[in-house]
Ligand binder design. Structure first.
Ligand code: HEC
Length: 118
């Protein structure tokens, strides 16, 4: 088993390289969900979030999640709203379903115009 250690180290290094956050245009690191998870998150956005925010995310029971509506807001507060919800309103917490990097990715996706996808 003496040869197992270098192999384990190589696997760990590869895993860390895959998990390493990538830099965005703004110079801020966000971890990218992998492609299958991105498809799940997009489906969640349009179906689950869309049930309150409108199927085209242009607003319903919840406010619009269009790039125009969100551009001026703090990204941190939008991420916090997704993870923790807004107590006292219909906005539920999504922490059990999406991780913090995934919430960041969703915010970036909404700012990039997810409302125009459907
Ligand atoms: C059960 C209804 C409901 C669902 C489902 C829901 N939301 Fe909300 N959401 C709301 C309401 C209502 C508000 C406004 C809360 C308030 O009055 O501050 C809100 C607010 C928000 C805000 C803040 C918008 C702003 O202009 O500040 C974001 C971002 C948001 N929701 C994203 C999401 C995402 C992403 C999902 C799906 C993962 C989701 N919501 C699912 C009802 C919902």
């Amino acid at each position: 088993m003496a040869s197992a250690a270098p192999v384990a180290a190589a696997v760990l290094a590869a895993t860390l390289a895959l998990a390493a956050p990538r830099a965005t245009g703004e110079g801020r690191a966000i971890a990218m969900p992998d492609a299958p998870r991105q498809r799940e998150l997009v489906a969640l956005l349009h179906q689950d979030c869309g049930s309150c925010h409108g199927l085209r995310l242009t607003g319903g029971l919840g406010p619009p999640l269009t790039s125009d509506a969100l551009r001026a807001k703090s990204e941190e507060s939008l991420v916090a709203t997704i993870l923790s919800g807004r107590p006292g309103t219909a906005m539920p917490p999504w922490r059990r379903f999406v991780s913090e990097p995934e919430a960041r990715w969703l915010v970036a996706r909404m700012l990039a115009g997810a409302s125009r996808e459907r």
